[in-house]
Ligand binder design. Sequence first.
Ligand code: HEM
Length: 427
Amino acid sequence: MTTVHLGSKTWIFLNNKRVVAEIIAKRGSFTNGRSPMPVASGIVSRRGRSLLLPPSGWTEKRRVMHSLLSDTALKQYAGWQELESTQLLAEYLHNPKLWYRNHYRYANSVVHRIALGERLAKTGKELAELQDVVTCFVGSIGSSLVDWFPELDSLPKFLHVWRKHWEKVGNWNYEVYRSWWDPVRRQIDAGIAPPSFVRDVLLEKNTKFTGDDQETMYVAMQLIEAGSDTTHEALNIFVMSALCRPDVYQKAREEVDKICAPVSDTLRLPGIMDLEQMPYICALIKEVLRWRPIFPFTPDHPGVGFVINGILVCNDCEDPDTFKPERWLNGNETDVAHDLWQFGGGRRICYGYRLAQRGLSINIARLVMCYAYSTTGPYNSRHLNHHSTDEPFPVKVTIRSEEHEKLITEEATRAGVLEAAVGSNEV
Ligand code: HEM
């Protein structure tokens, strides 16, 4: 552990897996709080993002999100994950240069459907705008002195020189959220909305959610942004790993082929049901998240702020620089949260971690089976450029064979997503 006095607070960075397990998981009831963040949580998020709220504002929102983790929900979502993943494969075929945007569309479309009930019908520009909102929100965390010295927020309002800038960010964030939310809310109020988390849980009267329209909107939209950004980043890291370790890629492909192409004329796409027979793919997902952690720091858990120091925790293993899925082949590879703290832990553990595990596995199993990656220029495996809406690093995507192309076209046609895939990501 490292203790740091920053601003008016004491922070304790948890630097290895053992102390994270002790403090975040075993003592979760004492370490589930959050320090006040007047800028990132207050002005930018209008106290709507549960991620940054102290228990007083967080508990009620966490309660209503509970259904997202259930086995019944996951079973229903599996069909949507497979469908959107089939579209992703077809998008790769028709828009291979936009591989990174195809990842974002996949990630966004699944949580969009879960939260709001409909398949995604947004333009590339609208998706990029939401991605920018998340980038600005994440960038706001810790970037204002006021969040390090929260008592500054009690100064008389005319001294709040920071306010104008952050209010502009918060207002823009609010307007983008509204443009997604208002049409859905109108449909629900008119009784013509399809089943969804918002209709059937958040706004269902038996749930007795105490939030008003704005808070409901933030719960729904936080879900969409939390699920989209992380999942697309993980898929991009997977592509980077394919460039760096073609031998690992080949091994993963062999595992999938053994199940989905045991003899050459019986090619089929893997489904979520197959994942239990694919330990190497499951281990690969854990390695993707360990090798290049998405969260260098998982938010503080208070009084004294306990922060999971993601980079050191992920490096707490043998030969940490090497991308090596084998390290996870220990019987717990299908439990993506086991011994890997990228989803946080304890009472505040990510609500989407099981959904994310299935989504990443199914896409990665299908991508290794059907496509190959090479590079078209210099790259640095530590420069993932997650927050770019352009190509983050130079990649050439190639279909594996005519048979694989035929399979994807047939499956996309059967699922009714071919047309959408051809026209997807138009700006
Ligand atoms: C690779 C994928 C993902 C990673 C690495 C990830 C990671 C995280 C982390 C580190 C947290 C904060 C946990 C803490 O406070 O200790 C979190 C919170 C959250 N995540 Fe994820 N996440 C992923 C995917 C998803 C997905 C797919 C969803 C959508 C269902 C989701 C929904 C949420 C929500 C709603 C929260 C806030 C929970 C709360 O306020 O209590 N995440 N996630």
